[in-house]
Structure formats: structure tokens, C-alpha cells
Design a protein around this ligand. Structure first.
Ligand code: PHE
Length: 344
């Protein structure tokens, strides 16, 4: 029996030496050290042996179990470490490799300018009208007729306005002032609205002009609205938008739908004097047209000009963005050059 035990030990010990994987280790343990293994059968049979044999075979069997268990454990550790090293080597991350660039989308500077202007007018009590009251494809009726623009006004000329072939008298609107009419048709005074949108003009494109651009129209109609209110609101807007009181200039002007009318200039912030490309050397940049709503326009939408008065303005979004961010070419907004856009 002693011989049998030694044979088992030698056999299993040899197998442990040859084991290569953790699975081999598990197999050896299951076959040679489990309850049904030959070694265990010998231990189970001890009780039937004479006492003298018990004293020798019992401890020997236990020692062999313990030795084999220890050898298995040692081999297991070796295999485990080897497999781990292999895995670490193959999974190794080279932290010095350059990262992958993940380009991020951004808000277009014109969009953020519109959002900023809109929120300033919110704080001044103006709300944005629904976009369906401000269509880009518009009838001459809203773009011109209702705004008191005479039939022979040069702005109506195809040289200034894009006509469509959808129907006669359907144009790409040349100004957001159409929204004034639609707002007044839609609601009775008091009216205090703004309407941002895109407008189109048949222009030769250069650093200051594009054939489409953006405007924000404003309209305030109520009892006792005066030119003083207009000046107050616009000066307050300019102060908030530029973060300081900038010198402004209200210049006498003319629009068919306002009387009196004004154009508002802001001092050029990029002024390089005589050769300044931004303001053509004048030192001033026009940012909006404005005025008191013409009584004819009020009458046209059924508002009594003897009871109500109002002011309106239309500001150029690109101009305002150019002034704030010192951009000297309007075309930069539209040609999607990443080098420009990613600065915002
Ligand atoms: N619609 C005018 C323009 O595009 C601006 C304007 C709006 C003037 C409202 C007066 C009142 O030039």
C-alpha cells in the first residue's frame, strides 16, 4: 500500500509539472484529489487496516495529499502569473500615442448673436412672434404694399428684390418689416414684439454686403408711445449688448412705413481711420433703421392712429455681430470656414 501511495504521488507530481494551463490544474485536482480519487479511496479504507498499518499509511496518505495540494498551488501561481503577464503585454496602452480628435459642433456666431439680442429684448418686455408670422417667402402685399411702399418705389425693382416664379407678386422678402403687418393683423394693441429672420436682396457681394442676411424687427404699439420711448429702448439695448454706453448717432432718414424715421449708427470699434474697411473711414457704422409707425400703416391694419401710436425698428444682425467680435468681412459668416467658426 505504501508502494501504491508512492506511485500515486509520483504520477500526480509528474502531471503537475507538465500542466500548462489553469484548466490542466483544475483537471488534476478533480481527478486525483477529489473524494472519488484513488488516494481518497485509500484513506477511506484505513479503518479496515490493522492498527500498525494505520499508523504508517494514514500519515503518509495525508502527507501525500498535502504535498500534492502544495505543488498544485505553486504551479497554479506560476501559470496565473504567466497568463497575466501575457495579457498585460497584449493589452498594453501606449500613453504617448496622440489622441483621436473628436470634432465638436458649435453654435454659429449669427445664431448666438440672434439669441443674445432676443434675450435682451425679452428683459425689455418684448416677445418673439411665432415664425409663421414671419415667412421668408413673402407676398409683395406684406413686403411692400401694406408697408406704404409706393408701386414705383425702386426697392421693388428686380435689381433690388428677388422675385420668385411661384406666383406673380411672390418675393423673397427684402426686410423683416413684413412681420410688423402680420403681428398687427394677428393681435390688438398693446403690441410689443420682435421678429428675427432672414432677408434677401439682389446685391453685389463684397466684404460689407451679402445677398442674404439677417434682421431683427421690433414693434411697439400702444397709447402714447413717443420717439423718446424709441430712443430709450434702443439706447438701453445698445448699452446692454456692447456692455457699455457706446457713442450712438440718430440720423434723420426716410422709410415709407415710418414718420419720422431715423438710422442709428454706432461708433466703429475697428476704426483704422481713413482706410478703415469696416466703416469706409467715416468712424460710424449703421446698425438699424427705425421710426414712428406711419399712420397710414396703422390704418391699413385697422388700428386707429388717433388713439394709438408706435415705433418700429429693424436691425442688422451681421452688422451687430461684426462690431462686437471685430469681424471685417460679412462673407465669413456664410462660407463655413472651420478656422473662422471654431473661434466661437
Ligand atoms: N426695414 C428697414 C430696412 O430693412 C428697417 C426699418 C425697420 C426701418 C423698421 C424702420 C422701421 O432697411
Amino acid at each position: 500500500m505504501k508502494e501504491q501511495l508512492k506511485k500515486i504521488y509520483n504520477e500526480v507530481s509528474e502531471l503537475v509539472k507538465k500542466a500548462q494551463t489553469m484548466a490542466d490544474i483544475d483537471d488534476i485536482r478533480a481527478e486525483y484529489l477529489s473524494r472519488k480519487s484513488p488516494l481518497n479511496e485509500i484513506k477511506k479504507g484505513l479503518k479496515d487496516l490493522p492498527d500498525a498499518d494505520k499508523k504508517i499509511i494514514g500519515p503518509l496518505a495525508n502527507k501525500i495529499s498535502q504535498d500534492l495540494e502544495a505543488e498544485l498551488k505553486a504551479k497554479y501561481d506560476v501559470i496565473y502569473k504567466a497568463e497575466l503577464d501575457k495579457k498585460l503585454a497584449s493589452d498594453r496602452i501606449d500613453v504617448t500615442l496622440p489622441g483621436k480628435f473628436i470634432p465638436q459642433g458649435r453654435i454659429h456666431p449669427l445664431t448666438s448673436t440672434i439669441e443674445e439680442i432676443t434675450s435682451i429684448f425679452h428683459t425689455l418686455g418684448f416677445s418673439v412672434i411665432p415664425s409663421e408670422l414671419s415667412p421668408e417667402v413673402e407676398t409683395e402685399y406684406y413686403n411692400f404694399d401694406m408697408l406704404n411702399v409706393p408701386k414705383d418705389h425702386p426697392a421693388r425693382d428686380v435689381q433690388d428684390t428677388f422675385y420668385t416664379n411661384i406666383a406673380q407678386n411672390v418675393v423673397l422678402r427684402s426686410q423683416t418689416s413684413d412681420a410688423q403687418i402680420r403681428a398687427m393683423e394677428n393681435q390688438a394693441p398693446p403690441i410689443r414684439i420682435i421678429s428675427p429672420g432672414r432677408v434677401y436682396r439682389n446685391e453685389n457681394i463684397n466684404s460689407r454686403k451679402n445677398n442674404f442676411f439677417h434682421q431683427i424687427e421690433g414693434l411697439y404699439v400702444d397709447k402714447d408711445i413717443t420717439f423718446g420711448d424709441l430712443k430709450g429702448v434702443l439706447n438701453e439695448f445698445i448699452r446692454i449688448y456692447f456692455g457699455e454706453s457706446r457713442p450712438t448717432r440718430f440720423r434723420n432718414s426716410f422709410f415709407p412705413f415710418t414718420e419720422p424715421s431715423a438710422e442709428v449708427d454706432v461708433q466703429c470699434i475697428m476704426c483704422k481711420g481713413k482706410g478703415c474697411r469696416t466703416c469706409s473711414g467715416t468712424g460710424w457704422l449703421e446698425i438699424l433703421g427705425a421710426g414712428m409707425v406711419d399712420p397710414n400703416v396703422l390704418r391699413g391694419v385697422g388700428i386707429d392712429p388717433d388713439v394709438y401710436s408706435g415705433f418700429a425698428f429693424g436691425m442688422g444682425v451681421e452688422r451687430l455681430a461684426m462690431l462686437k467680435y471685430a469681424i471685417d468681412d460679412i462673407r465669413l459668416f456664410f462660407n463655413n470656414d472651420d478656422r473662422f467658426l471654431k473661434q466661437f
